[in-house]
Design a protein around this ligand. Sequence first.
Ligand SMILES: C[S@@+](CC[C@H](N)C(=O)[O-])C[C@H]1O[C@@H](n2cnc3c(N)ncnc32)[C@H](O)[C@@H]1O
Length: 341
Amino acid sequence: MTLWLPAHRAPELGERVAWWRAREEALRRHGPLRLLRAGPSPRTPGIHRRLEAWLPFGTWREDVYEALRAWFGPALEELGVRLERGALAHARSWVDARAWLPPLGVHRFPSEALAALDEPEAAHELLFALYAPPRWGAALGRYPDRLARLVEALAGRRRLRAWDVGCATGEGTWEFAAALGAHRSLEVVGSTPWPLERLMAERGVRPHDPAASAALASFRRAHAEDLAGACVRFVVHDLRAGPLPGAFDAVLCHGLLGGLLRGADAERAFAHLAGALAPGALLSVADRFREDRARTARAQVRASAERAGLEELEPGLYRRPIPGPRGATAQGRSGRSGPAK
Ligand SMILES: C[S@@+](CC[C@H](N)C(=O)[O-])C[C@H]1O[C@@H](n2cnc3c(N)ncnc32)[C@H](O)[C@@H]1O
C-alpha cells in the first residue's frame, strides 16, 4: 500500500509494549480477564470502569499518539492535524476503541495493537481510521428524501453554488452534486475542520476502508454524465469560525447540529449557515441521531431558523426570503411557496 504521508521515523515501542504486557498479565492473574473477549466485548459503564483499573485508557491513547507522531509527525504538523480530535477522543476504554476502529478490532489486547504500530502501513491505516470510523456514519444514501426535495425545490436554476458543511469523506457531497448536476453549471464545496478527512474526500478514498472507497468510486462512475458540469472541491473549514466566503444557493448541514455541535455552539453555527444564504437560497439541516437527541436538535434548529428570519418549507428545510420592495418577501407578494428563481 502506498502511504499518503511520508514516514518520518520508526517509534521506539519496546518499553511501552512491555509495560502493557505486564498490566495484561496482572489482569490475567488477578483480575477478570473475561472482560477482554476474543470477539466483541460488552461495553457497559461497569466494564469501562473495571477495565480502567487494569488498563488505563488515556495512557494507552497517548502511547498510540506518540507512535503516530513518530511516524508522521512533520506531515501532521504541516497539515494542522490534531490527533486528540480523532475518534479515540470519546472512547471510554479499550473495548470502545476496539469496537469503533476496525484496525484495532483485530487485536484482543492493547499491547498487541500498540506493537502493530511498528509497521508504517498499520500506523497509516489507524491514523486515517481515526478520522473516518464507521460509527461516524458518512456513507452514500443517507438522506434520499431530503435530496429529492432539494432537487425539486432547485429545479429550473441553471447555475448553482452549493456548500456541504461537515462533508466527512465526501459521499453526501458527490451525491448532491450528481442529483443536481445534469445540464447545469454547478459548484459544490464540501468542508470539514479535519485535514485528514479533507484529504480522503479530495481523493475519494479511505485508506483503511476499501469497501467504502469502492462504493464511492462506483457511484462516481455510474453518475459520470451527471457530474460532467460539476466542479466539486473540498476545503478545511470549521463552522464555528463563520461561514465560507461568498453567497450560496443551497447549503447542506447534515449530521452535525445537535451531534458534534450542540447548545451554544450549534446556535452560533446556525447563524453562520444562515449568513451564507443568498436571497432565495435553501438550507437543509438533517440528522440521523438517536431519537431523543434528534428531537432536541430539531427543536433548536427550528427556533434558530425563526430567529434568522428563514421560511420553513418543511421541518429541516428552510429558505432565505427574497426581499421585496418595502421589505415584503417574494413569497409574501406572490402568495406562492415554490422555489425562488
Ligand atoms: C457525522 S459526520 C456527517 C457527515 C455527512 N454530512 C453525513 O451526514 O453523512 C459529521 C461531520 O461534521 C464535520 N464537522 C465536525 N465538527 C465540525 C465543525 N466544528 N465545523 C464544521 N464541520 C464539522 C466533520 O466533517 C464530520 O465528519
